[in-house]
Design a protein. Structure first.
Ligand SMILES: [Zn+2]
Length: 286
């Protein structure tokens, strides 16, 4: 019946709703407003739904492409992969979980680190990836962050880390938690050399990552509406048995209370970061 009413051309219809037989990987549905979105269009809009502003999570690759000068990112420590020192088993063996997620994402761990150029400045850049076990920080993530700062100290470079994480990786127990102290120690050494660290928090940045490197940038920058905190709002609400204030632990709430220095839209992030690098670093070539 609907077919009779609608006399639109097939191409118009194709743009309105995904049809059977139409390549599914060209489209996806916005989980907030239910609109069907053309993936290419969504990519051009920095992964933000044009109808309701829902923010899709971006992969580390997409972030790197968005931030670094074209084709300048040179990855380091890409071959560092996790082991399973505790022989941990939850629903799956940790080793099987790792293998599964590595195959699915093509990533070796929840952060990619490297040297890149941004607006002509050399920077040490780390970008976390939520697809990899919720962006959790295990010993390899901590080690890669540490080595990134060590490389930055050798080369006297600023560090930028784009964080998104559910926190420490449970499957590595105390070894995950130790990364908090380790990363903070190396950041302090980098800071003592007078080098710049910009922390950029995406949705969500929580727990062990928020309580270590993500919250101690010289400037802490965040995306609008991102959840940032230690324990999540549901856990806090259930523990203290009180209603939480509106917008609790969201970026805007954190800005008002001094935990965040700057809120920045995805479309403007690269430009703003380059402006900060221009302001904080010595003029290029001098
Ligand atoms: Zn939407």
């Amino acid at each position: 019946m609907a077919e009779k009413k609608s006399r639109k051309s097939s191409s118009q219809k194709a743009q309105q709703s995904p049809k059977k037989g139409f390549p599914a990987d060209l489209w996806l549905k916005c989980p907030k407003c239910g609109e069907t979105l053309f993936k290419k269009e969504l990519g051009r809009n920095f992964g933000i739904c044009e109808h309701c502003n829902y923010r899709f999570k971006l992969s580390s690759n997409e972030r790197i492409e968005m931030l670094a000068d074209e084709a300048t990112f040179k990855e380091i420590d890409a071959d560092l992969t996790p082991v399973d020192p505790l022989a941990f088993v939850d629903r799956l063996k940790y080793t099987d979980r790792l293998k599964q997620v590595q195959e699915k994402t093509g990533l070796t761990e929840a952060i990619r680190t490297g040297i890149a150029r941004m607006g002509g400045h050399d920077v040490a850049l780390g970008v976390m990836d939520f697809q990899f076990i919720g962006g959790s920080m295990g010993s390899v993530v901590g080690e890669k962050v540490t080595r990134l700062f060590e490389t930055a100290m050798e080369k006297k470079l600023p560090v930028l880390i784009v964080s998104t994480s559910g926190g420490a990786r449970m499957q590595e127990g105390i070894l995950s938690l130790m990364q908090m102290a380790k990363t903070n120690a190396v950041i302090a050494a980098h800071d003592e050399m007078g080098l710049l660290f910009l922390s950029i928090c995406m949705d969500p940045t929580m727990a062990g990552v928020m309580a270590s490197y993500a919250s101690i940038g010289d400037l802490n920058i965040a995306e609008p509406g991102a959840l940032m905190g230690f324990a999540g709002p549901r856990v806090i609400k259930e523990t203290i048995r009180q209603e939480l204030p509106e917008g609790f632990q969201r970026t805007e709430f954190m800005l008002e209370r001094g935990f965040v220095d700057l809120i920045c839209e995805r479309a403007e992030l690269r430009e703003k970061l380059i402006l900060l690098l221009d302001l904080f670093l010595k003029p290029k070539g001098k």
